[in-house]
Unconditional design. Sequence first.
Length: 461
Amino acid sequence: MFYLIYLIEINFIEKERIIITNIIDSYKKIIDYNKLQIENELYNNLNKNINKYEIIFIINKNEIKVLKLKNSKIFEIIKNNINNINNYFKDKNNKIYYIGDIPSIIILEKNNTFYATYLPSYLTESLTKLNKFILESNQINFLKKYIHPVTILSIIFLSFPIFIIAIFISYFIARNITRNIEEIVKAANIISLGNLDYQVEIKSNDEMKDLANNFNIMAHKLKIATQQIKRIERLEAWKSMTEKLAHEIKNPLTPIKLNAERLLYSYDFKQNDFEDILKKSTQIIINETKRLENLVNEFSKFSRLPYPKFEDKNITNTLKELIEFYKTTYPEFKFDIDLPKKEIIISYDEDQIKQALINIINNSIEASANTEKYVKVSLKETSISIIISIQDKGQGIPIEIKDKIFNPYFTTKPKGIGLGLAIAERIILDHNGYIWFETKEDGTYFFIELTKQKWDKNNEI
């Protein structure tokens, strides 16, 4: 009996320690995710809105040359840390630096110019609370070392009935604590999957209630920040698209105008070769008009892309049907497919996902036209998502255009419009997924990651 009680106590303490560790890890993941969102927003908007930054400067032999200064206090902090900053950015792979044990200032480097500003207050507050929680957890773990000796003495000196009552009370308290902690861990996992509306509900009036309230506040602020970032990204994307569309429309207008003027001139001066000029000029005008029509049609397809209609379907069947279509359409190509044997049911818009895959596979086919005609589609499953990869054995994507691949109207093909990969990216983002690519020795790989989390009728996780 003594040994059984002792084992029960050890089990409760160890379980509580594991759960608290999981909470801390989940908090860290949420904070890291939030930091990454802020880093991406600031870095992608460098040189677009310099008013966001408190100071802009360059470093020359450990001396700061200020290009813009809004806050003298941040200048003094950076000046006191200049050696650490300079040493850190000597590594050209380092682009972002934080100042402070609990980071309060972020410095970004681009083209040997440094941009610095304060981190949002909600993030620094969250980091402070997390460090406090870790400190308190360590203190509790230190005190728990004395629980075992006390338990042994209690068993020895207290009566058996009182001891039994104490066991039941301890079990009830421990179970109540672990239930609340498990609820917070569950909430952290749900939020990490993208559902920022989830709220923790804990029926208690102790520190766990405060922890749950702080968790809900941070999740709400994270939701607002994410919405703001997405709104800014959408506005920037549309602004960029309209500018590029205007530029692309101007290109065919020039030969149309020149050939129309040439026709008018030939007609007015009754040139002998007017019939030949008429045929050539009208053909150029027709070709450029078709190009304009294709451009407008592709833009219309992109702008009118509807929001996904999510249904639970077997993604392996979708991939099999698509590859069978390509095997029939491109018999000169070899198409390999590597899929799990079991069904994998996830929520997605089948027509849109097919469209995204078609755009990527078409790119792979065109990239392999002058090399080995080979395309491979693979599917892997993780605990929370599925990852689709499309491999070709073309010449790869040059490093100088890697950052432009998903930009609307960017193309390296003579007759390309440049919207295929932009449409694919938008579809995947609308599915709360991720799309990226890697160029390796054996070819180029495009990856699509989709969550296994189910979507309800309102298209929410």
